[in-house]
Ligand binder design. Structure first.
Ligand SMILES: Cc1cc2nc3c(=O)[nH]c(=O)nc-3n(C[C@H](O)[C@H](O)[C@H](O)COP(=O)(O)OP(=O)(O)OC[C@H]3O[C@@H](n4cnc5c(N)ncnc54)[C@H](O)[C@@H]3O)c2cc1C
Length: 411
């Protein structure tokens, strides 16, 4: 049976980064994905500038656009441009971006097999056995309460490893085996890549469009790429009941893309951070979407998939090199680097998406607030500081409301 130090399940940004880092540390690593690469992944492809602070790979060739701010609107009726003089984010298409990261992992020595469905994991003699089926077939329903699958499945190929990194995204199997029945907060989202004239993307070129209010407890977006506009909606509180209806409403109300029919849209859940979890059990770790590591305010997950994978692979490499089995350093690092920020973002999210009208008025009246947020995206400010600013504004709003009446807040 083939044996690896580490098997990474899933070759999105999280899995590819983990494999890249491990291969560069001289660890034998296999990465497995069920899709044929390059593959489409429903995603806005907004990559905040703070990626520059952590990524060693040159991603220039995949950058479709560099964004300097946003046009914020409320229910597509009124809007305000809040542009910075410095870049805030990059726009990428996920098929090209993910393939670049993956090819760097393979160049560094990682083995990769695609079109291979991981269907089960069990404890093996020297770690774990991973059951892989080349024929895409439905996954077995998770054995709730039973933990690991006790045996293989007929027709599966079995790979052995000492450690497993679950980078298999929102619907992944590794989480289901590690934490059967865990409660998650899934944002409902729909995304389409809409082909448009270059001229239209030029007009959009250096800003994104974000609408508050068009979908309850969430936002809608249009992100400009080369020859495409990526448009989508995400509802953050539970699963919005009618995402398709809201998506169509948004597209039809958008002056740049209404009437466009040449696109397909796809829904996908976004597992936004809910509460800190231990993402390590035995020799298995969860990274990125598999571990619900998505910013609960903006729904940003690419950066966090990459960063969590870097941390996970450092911890696994050290364990392998020093002959230790304890991987708890991963959870410790997440609890200082990720969770305080996610908890602050959660509070901002509660305020903004409960009161989108007030938030839109606040942004319009205080454009400097947008710059503070852009600095969070640049990695030059923290959500916790941004939250304090919002709380002080909310405090003064409450005073105004008490003086002038609450309707003043919704004007
Ligand atoms: C509509 C939408 C818009 C978004 N927009 C943005 C955005 O603009 N910016 C941003 O930062 N984030 C965005 N996100 C979130 C972002 O897409 C994710 O956070 C990110 O893709 C997480 O990366 P990952 O590597 O953890 O998982 P993924 O990218 O989901 O990769 C998981 C991989 O695992 C594979 N896999 C799954 N199960 C198995 C299995 N059983 N066997 C083998 N392989 C398996 C899948 O094929 C997939 O390739 C958006 C999400 C959605 C749904």
């Amino acid at each position: 049976m083939p044996y690896y130090d580490v098997i990474v399940v899933g070759a999105g940004p999280g899995g590819a980064t983990a494999a890249y880092e491990l291969a560069n540390a001289g660890i034998s690593v296999l990465i497995i994905d069920k899709e044929k690469f390059p593959r489409y992944k429903p995603c806005g492809g907004g990559l905040s500038l703070k990626i520059d602070k952590i990524l060693n790979i040159d991603i220039k060739e995949t950058i479709e656009n560099t964004i300097k701010g946003a046009y914020f609107s409320y229910k597509q009726k009124e809007g305000v441009f809040l542009l910075s003089d410095k870049p805030v984010a990059y726009m990428v298409m996920r098929d090209r971006f993910d393939s670049l990261l993956l090819s760097e992992a393979v160049k560094s020595g990682a083995s990769f097999i695609d079109e291979s469905h991981v269907k089960g994991i069990s404890n093996g003699k020297n770690g774990y056995e991973i059951f892989v089926n080349k024929n895409p077939s439905p996954l077995p329903s998770p054995l709730r309460g039973e933990g690991w699958v006790k045996g293989g499945f007929s027709g599966d190929k079995v790979y052995n490893c000492k450690y497993v990194i679950g980078a298999d995204g929102a619907n992944g199997i590794v989480r289901r085996f590690l934490y059967p029945g865990i409660k998650r907060t899934l944002a409902a989202s729909i995304e389409a890549e809409i082909p448009v004239d270059e001229e239209l993307t030029d007009n959009h070129s250096h800003y994104v469009h974000i609408d508050f209010g068009v979908i309850p407890y969430g936002y809608a977006w249009v992100f400009p790429k080369k020859g495409f506009l990526s448009a989508g909606i995400a509802g953050f509180k539970g699963v919005a009941k009618h995402p398709k209806r809201y998506f169509e409403q948004f597209i039809n109300g958008h002056n740049k893309i209404n009437g466009t029919t040449e696109y397909k849209y796809k829904g996908h859940p976004i597992p936004i951070f809910n509460k800190p979890l231990n993402l390590t059990k035995g020799g298995v770790m969860l990274v990125g979407d598999a571990g619900n590591l998505v910013d609960p305010f903006f729904g940003e997950g690419i950066y966090y998939a990459i960063r969590s994978s870097q941390i996970a692979s450092t911890v696994v490499s050290e364990a392998i090199i020093k002959g230790k089995t304890d991987l708890s350093g991963y959870d410790t690092k997440l609890s200082t680097e990720f969770y305080p920020e996610f908890m602050a973002a959660q509070q901002i999210s509660q305020f903004v998406y409960t009161f989108p009208r007030i938030w839109f008025n606040v942004l319009s009246d205080k454009p400097e607030l947008a710059e503070q947020y852009y600095n969070v995206l640049r990695g030059e400010n923290r959500y916790s500081i941004f939250l304090k600013e919002i709380k002080s504004i909310a405090g003064s709003l409450m005073k105004t409301a008490l003086k002038k009446g609450f309707l003043q807040l919704f004007k």
